[in-house]
Design a protein around this ligand. Structure first.
Ligand code: NAD
Ligand code: TDX
Length: 352
């Protein structure tokens, strides 16, 4: 399936900005004479789609984690347009959705610790915002609606992996709000035949991640020779997916996925937080005495792990090696110290 006008919500955040860049980079301008429509599907390596008519609209409220600096390099691209607005604002959403043939909803409150402190915005944006987008998608009959969900909707797993048909048992207010949105999106497929696909990805890392999440927080703290706060015994485990692999998977699902389906997106690279921390400190040449064990996060999920065989059957697989991607990420934070130092200076947003 090929799309002319794609609405990306939350495109100024971490994954959204990487995805907007990915879309623009991987949609080739191929003005072929024998293709008068200017749209021509599938070519070359995984991810590359010929689509000379592409337009990408980024709707983002610019909350604390939204940052237009994340898209400086593409802001003058004529195929790209930014609109500041709230996904809960029906007027704005309906106005923008008109004429779009695909919608991809990244917009969310995304940090578990913040949802523990106050879940109000999580319920509003993650649930009501998704419902507003679904209604607009229904009205304007978009050909594809992708809801960006998360592995956290399944809750914690001691051994083995979650499959797409595993029960949902979210443990944090963040995860519960994402589970509600995930199920709401599915219900629009069942009830209204809206062409919805839900993707549930594991923990992402890479450039432009807000320095409240463990990897960028620990890299930047360590670079400043500050302690890195590891919760409890540091033995909680996460499955780490490089953000560009996730973008590739989402694009793959957008173009080749099946309506009404759920796809897990994982990497198989599961690490305990303590091992992840040691790797980061090693890359930076820092001493392990920077580690500070602190009080646990309430309701802290012990382990996430995904079975992602279903999406591999669609023809996608992760391409980056964890070690290389982590090195690249550390390098990015080294080379872009201005970016994260500006964010860390904002006292009112302090989580470190
Ligand atoms: P992020 O916090 O970096 O970005 C969220 C973006 O949404 C920001 O640009 C913010 O301004 C925008 N936003 C927030 N509320 C909005 C509203 N009401 N209207 C419009 N825009 C709004 O988050 P992220 O890490 O990039 O996550 C993106 C999506 O992926 C989220 O839906 C998240 O639940 C999901 N996800 C994230 C991860 C991860 O590891 N980061 C893993 C799985 C799923
Ligand atoms: O300071 C810290 N110390 C620490 O030990 C922080 C911020 C985290 N941690 C631990 C908690 C988790 O076990 O590290 C692990 C990862 O924590 P986060 O980076 O906060 O991510 P997580 O809670 O796993 O959620 C992330 O992945 C799934 C994203 O924030 C979600 O948006 C996504 O849905």
């Amino acid at each position: 399936m090929i799309f002319r006008k794609i609405l990306v919500t939350g495109g100024a955040g971490f994954i959204g900005s990487n995805f907007v860049r990915y879309l623009l980079k991987n949609s080739k301008f191929s003005r072929q004479r024998r293709d008068p429509e200017g749209i021509h599907q599938k070519s070359l390596h995984s991810g590359e789609i010929r689509n000379s008519k592409l337009k990408v609209i980024n709707l983002d409220k610019l909350t604390y984690s939204g940052n237009l600096e994340n898209l400086r390099d593409v802001e003058s691209d004529s195929r790209y347009k930014f609109v500041r607005g709230d996904i809960c604002d029906k007027r704005v959403v309906f106005d923008i959705a008109k004429g779009c043939d695909a919608m991809i909803n990244f917009a969310a409150e995304s940090h578990v610790d913040r949802s523990i402190r106050d879940s109000t915005e999580f319920i509003r944006t993650n649930i009501f915002g998704t419902q507003t987008l679904l209604e607009a998608a229904k009205k304007y009959r978009v050909r594809r609606f992708i809801q960006i969900s998360t592995d956290e909707v399944y809750g914690s797993i001691h051994r083995g992996c979650f499959r797409e048909d595993s029960p949902l048992l979210p443990n944090s207010p963040y995860a519960a709000s994402k589970a509600a949105a995930d199920l709401l999106a599915r219900s629009y497929f069942i009830t209204h035949k809206l062409p919805v696909i839900v993707v549930r990805s594991s923990n992402n890392f890479g450039p432009y991640q807000y320095p409240e999440k463990i990897i960028p927080l620990f890299i930047t703290n360590a670079m400043e020779n500050r302690r890195v706060p590891l919760y409890a015994d540091g033995r909680n485990e996460r499955e780490w997916l490089y953000v560009l692999d996730n973008c590739d998977a989402i694009s793959h699902v957008l173009h080749f996925g099946r309506d009404g389906q759920i796809y897990n997106i994982g990497s198989g690279d599961g690490f305990k937080n303590i091992d992840l921390t040691m790797r980061i400190l090693r890359i930076l040449g820092k001493d392990k005495r920077l580690i500070k064990f602190v009080k646990d996060r309430p309701g802290h999920d012990r382990r996430y792990a995904l079975d992602f065989i279903k999406i591999t059957r669609l023809g996608w697989r992760p391409r980056y090696k964890f070690e290389d991607a982590l090195n690249e990420t550390v390098l990015w934070y080294k080379e872009n110290a201005g970016w994260w130092k500006r964010l860390k200076k904002r006292k009112e947003q302090k989580f470190w």
